[in-house]
Design a protein around this ligand. Structure first.
Ligand SMILES: NC(=O)c1ccc[n+]([C@@H]2O[C@H](COP(=O)([O-])OP(=O)(O)OC[C@H]3O[C@@H](n4cnc5c(N)ncnc54)[C@H](O)[C@@H]3O)[C@@H](O)[C@H]2O)c1
Length: 330
């Protein structure tokens, strides 16, 4: 069984990936200090796989603590690095927190990997590296524009760090992950109030918020609202398994978009939630929000060609599972 270190494996995307790794016969080892998630996800993973999961309550920026993890775990096939802060608005208010954690954790991980002869790393990047692309759907050759936030900047800088390191790497540039595992036992446990569309929709649906404000309906899109590419988190999780298989058999530096290729407007996403869950969502139109780009969706041809991965789940299924998670989470 191939051991894979999964930093941030108790988080939203990490926990779903851990489940998929186990289903593909890997042995994931989680490193997470629970700074932005809950033990509920570890318990949820264990219920889904029906056994205990190995995890270290460790801060990835702490080199001596990470040395201990590597010493204890011995030979590992590779690492998947999810551990980072992800709240775009907070990164604008407190950039240093984001540089320290997001780049600091990658720096320590790369050092430990080098010292322990672990060669393969998958990095959680983001479509934010492109800013507002000139051509849609955006492909991997699009230039990195000036980052819209310190968070986006950390993703650009981390990709640069990977290129300069001796490791074999895959940067997966996620579009907008949504939904939850079909069991609703794992999901997004972020401590901060969500700023992503779907968690806000589910909070309105359950009554935690009165309404959702749509930031602008005067964009140059068919209904005037922003367009994004919503990717089911289980599909996204599976792309990591494919990327690990690829890295075990290939060397070098790689970057792949992970999206559906379908652009969905904010209004269409709300409608999809309302129709699939037979609920009505209270919303109003507000002014545009600083830093929001008009539209982005993926050209995912490369990931299909090189990894044999493509999105299979529908937005409707994602909306149903997002609602189930909202109802069941603690
Ligand atoms: N969710 C999104 O919309 C999205 C989009 C693009 C990229 N990403 C990236 O994907 C990755 C995972 O995102 P997510 O949505 O699962 O976020 P998340 O906050 O749910 O997961 C991140 C996990 O990392 C842990 N963590 C953070 N810093 C740590 C540290 N120093 N040491 C140990 N553990 C630490 C947190 O406790 C959390 O469990 C992040 O790198 C994020 O930037 C997320």
């Amino acid at each position: 069984m191939k051991k894979i270190l999964v930093t941030g494996g108790a988080g939203y995307i990490g926990s779903h990936t851990v489940v998929e790794l186990i289903e593909a016969d890997y042995t994931p080892i989680i490193v997470d200090n629970l700074c932005n998630t809950s033990i509920q996800n570890i318990q949820g993973i264990e219920k889904i796989i029906d056994k205990k999961i190995k995890w270290h309550n460790t801060d990835c920026t702490d080199k001596s603590a990470m040395d201990k993890v590597f010493a204890e775990e011995g030979r590992m096939e590779g690492a998947i690095h999810f551990a980072a802060y992800k709240a775009v608005e907070e990164s604008v208010q407190n950039p240093q927190k984001y540089y320290d954690n997001n780049m600091g954790s990658l720096k320590v991980l790369l050092q430990c990997m080098q010292e322990n002869n672990v060669k393969n790393i998958i990095f959680s990047s983001s479509c934010t590296v492109y800013g507002m692309p000139d051509v849609l759907p955006v492909d991997e050759n699009a230039p990195f524009k000036k980052a819209e936030s310190p968070y986006g900047e950390t993703k650009q800088l981390c990709e640069k760090m990977l290129k300069e390191d001796s490791c074999n790497s895959v940067a997966l540039r996620y579009f907008n992950p949504v939904g939850s595992h079909s069991t609703a036992l794992i999901g997004d446990c972020s401590a901060d109030r969500p700023s992503n569309l779907v968690p806000i929709i589910t909070e309105v649906a359950i009554g935690k918020r009165e309404k959702i404000t749509i930031f602008g309906n005067d964009y140059k899109t068919p209904d005037g609202t922003c367009i994004r590419d919503y990717i089911h988190v289980v599909d996204l999780a599976k792309s990591h398994v494919k990327a690990m298989e690829f890295l075990i058999n290939n060397t070098g530096k790689h970057a792949f978009n992970v999206g559906t290729g379908i652009g969905v407007s904010v209004l269409d996403a709300i409608k999809a939630f309302e129709q699939t869950n037979k609920l009505s969502i209270n919303y109003s139109i507000g002014p545009r929000r600083d830093g929001d780009i008009e539209q982005i969706y993926a050209n995912s041809n490369l990931v299909k060609e090189k990894l044999g991965w493509e999105a299979k789940e529908t937005l409707e299924k994602a909306m149903i599972s997002a609602w189930e998670w909202e109802k069941l989470k603690e």
